[in-house]
Design a protein around this ligand. Structure first.
Ligand SMILES: [Zn+2]
Length: 280
């Protein structure tokens, strides 16, 4: 993170302190900062200010900063903007979930927003998909909101590093299904659409590894799996080289390896977590 932007990141991430019990509530100004990050990241208009503000969607619908009386029907689906920023996405190279149980930075998604930006049905999303050359493998990604262009930049950067490029190519040589992008489907065990449905996520997985690549797989019982640190250590969780993670983050992608409910094969285009210049 560039030093000059550290203040901005602290503001954007202020709700982390609230979650951690260090602060009762985000200062008024910080709520406006989060709204501004959303407006900038998705090219949408703002209405109002701070906690009484809202993000405007095409067609006139508003997403409030704070939904009142909300009861979220599904895990990781939020009806307001505040929920998206509930957990701060860390730019440091940490295994976040090990330190913070149930901290899943970036896993909280506002579906009306994603549907308005990337498409509300499989057919609509499909019309905006373009082919992207990802390190020699052609994949489908959304051309909207700069997603495909960002993935191309990730690929270009990985391709400049012989060791990282060799790592990706070796995976694909061994397993033609090692890389996956667009797939209109729900998240396993939930009724939420996966980010893959919108053409903004890419999985890179070494299926020959015996390590865990998804939190639910740590136990046959989902309830037990949600307590995975009690019976497995971090060394048993699969992860890509840290240089791969850094390349994605530099271009606006979050990594599922930083979630308590870990999904380390998963990279997702979420530009709201990366203010311009926040990672160089
Ligand atoms: Zn994924």
């Amino acid at each position: 993170m560039a030093v000059r932007n550290r203040g901005l990141m602290l503001i954007v991430c202020s709700t982390l302190l609230a979650v951690g019990g260090l602060s009762a509530a985000a200062p008024y100004h910080d709520e406006q900062k989060q709204l501004e990050r959303m407006a900038q990241a998705y090219g949408l208009p703002l209405h109002g200010y701070g906690r009484f503000g809202a993000l405007g969607l095409p067609g006139g619908k508003l997403i409030p900063y704070t939904a009142t009386g909300k009861r979220e029907p599904n895990p990781w689906a939020v009806s307001d903007i505040r929920g998206i920023f509930r957990d701060c996405y860390p730019l440091t190279n940490v295994r976040y979930g090990l330190k913070h149980r149930n901290t899943d930075p970036g896993r909280y998604r506002n579906y009306p927003l994603l549907m308005a930006v990337y498409g509300a049905s499989a057919a609509e999303v499909r019309r905006s998909l373009v082919r992207v050359d990802f390190c020699g493998t052609m994949v489908l990604f959304s051309s909207r909101n700069g997603a495909a262009a960002a993935l191309s930049r990730v690929s270009a950067e990985i391709s400049q590093d012989p060791a990282l490029l060799a790592w990706v190519r070796q995976l694909v040589r061994r397993d033609s299904q090692a890389i996956g992008t667009w797939n209109w489907r729900t998240i396993a065990g939930t009724t939420n659409l996966s980010a893959h449905s919108f053409g903004i996520a890419i999985d890179i997985l070494d299926r020959s590894s015996a390590k865990y690549a998804y939190w639910r797989h740590t136990s046959g019982n989902e309830q037990a799996a949600s307590f995975w640190p009690r019976f497995i250590t971090h060394e048993k969780i699969w992860e890509p080289p840290s240089g791969i993670v850094a390349c994605f983050e530099r271009h606006g992608f979050i990594w599922g390896g930083k979630w308590y409910h870990f999904d380390p094969m998963h990279f997702e285009y979420r530009p709201e977590f990366f203010p311009p210049g926040s990672r160089s």
